[in-house]
Design a protein. Sequence first.
Length: 204
Amino acid sequence: MCNDNCPNLVGCIALGCRRYRKDYLVAQSITGADDAFRRVLMQGAPAANPKAARAVADGKAPLDYLESAVCDPSEARVMFSGAQKYGRRNFRDSTIKATTYVGALRRHVNAFASGEDIDPDSGEPHLAHIRACCAVLMSAQDANTYHDDRRVQFSITPQYQRGVDELAEELAADAKAPPCIDKGGCDTPAICRWHGQCMDKATT
């Protein structure tokens, strides 16, 4: 059924030519559709749905990829517990430190990595606490209440960079010619990385 003239060879995953041909014809028939929109419809959409294709072409977040049914309830209970202690969405009203939540993340990650699934204090999964910490940090960044007090990575000084550059030049020079050319004889032929090419290189 397929031929080289098929406009959807790249998007086709052998689920039926008629199905994808329909998507292609719908895309071509939409007045004012831009190339990105047509491309989404032409390359594997399981059904000709212009609204869904438009969302993808516009770069909208595909929220249907979230595992909401599994993750949201536990995360919501963790967030509710935090709201009872500190106030609902307190992180959007007052400044929070990044390191506070980095510490919390590390505790929950370490507990999970050691084989503990449920936090003994809250009774909720450590993974839900990790999600909640990330949500708080991202929300605070959005609300401009996020204080970044993480340790600043060291900067490379000009002197350090010059040393790195000089070392790189030396290594590159060594790679161009065997260092044993001027020797009377090779003492380590078995482990030589030049694999016996010294004589060839010495005579060229």
